[in-house]
Design a protein around this ligand. Sequence first.
Ligand code: NAD
Ligand code: ZN
Ligand code: ZN
Length: 373
Amino acid sequence: MATTGKVIKCKAAVAWEPKKLLTIEEIEVAPPQAHEVRLKVVATGVCHSDYYVLYEDIRDYAFPCVLGHEGAGIVESVGPGVTRFKPGDKVIPLFASQCGECLLCLSDKTNQCVKNWTVDEKNMESKSRFTCKGKVIIQFMGTSTFSEYTVVREVALTKISDSAPLDKVCLLGCGISTGYGAAINTAKVQPGSTCAVFGLGAVGLAAVMGCQAAGASRIIAVDINKDKSSKAKEFGATDFVNPKDYKKPIQEVLMEMTDGGVDFSLECAGNVDVMRCALESTRRAWGVSVIVGWVDVKDVSTKPVDLICGRTWKGSYFGGWKSVQSVPKLVSDYMDKKIKVDEFITHTLPLEKVNEAFDLMITGKSIRTVLKM
Ligand code: NAD
Ligand code: ZN
Ligand code: ZN
């Protein structure tokens, strides 16, 4: 390609400072180095985790940066040593890497990888191929899909079907895979079981979809936004509960509804108090509760006795999927109509309207906005 080996100038949404609107800038994207791939981003979803880094994470540690980790695109060029990708391949960048060689990748107990971008947060600047106005711009999560071009490590990229619609399957780069996998892989929801899902954004709705796919007989969807009720039912929820409609704690409401608690619960709101509610909504003798919502600046707590009697509290990172090998299969499942994706997309906007996409999410008006480049 004409651009191979050259710096590409393109548009990106830059987060210069925490808690400030993103601004559209012209950035320079350097060619990929050894074992890196440069891609043209075609579309990207906007996930709550992007919002979290910008507005909710009090550590404010990764600025200036380009956010975005739910993208899909086409390989533009590859760096030395890259054999699995070639220009023109359709790909999904992965915030969760799978090198296939490390101790963790070789274990079937985890989807963690020692080469995850976040493992080495100290060297964020040296890992970036972006500059703007003479400054290095951090490629947050190693993906930075709020840009027309990005460079990712080959261990954090997967090739997908040539016929996959990139403006839809981008959502399998995070939210849908996360919620769906949290129910199937992490909670291991069983046929005939009773489930509760707290928080009905894309992650929570995908968890509802996962509970249904696993054969749950009752799925109670919980959200403080009453407008999420119909969407939850479309994804397979049998009941909708709004905690604002009750004076007593929501875990008591769920206990009564299920005569002693649900078998499985999933927290997809990103709130430590809701995590506790989700745990305490499960049956004391065997309930399993999975934390999916992202919080790394607060503690979560419960009474030890609430675990002693038999509950299990777990967490789920990217739905437990080993990313490189699983995402292409999830893309095929979507194309074979085994999982929903289109139904999550409520808005499509140009990259320039990324701040509007955050507003739509945080005011509960969207499930997912897809930004097209
Ligand atoms: P979202 O903002 O679209 O949805 C969150 C939902 O939670 C909203 O519907 C909101 O009304 C609801 N909610 C808020 N407070 C609540 C409460 N007290 N009780 C019940 N519901 C409540 O977010 P999303 O993009 O779906 O992401 C959900 C969470 O998952 C976020 O915390 C995100 O950072 C996290 N996440 C984690 C992973 C992972 O690998 N574990 C991956 C992606 C996203
Ligand atoms: Zn995400
Ligand atoms: Zn690995």
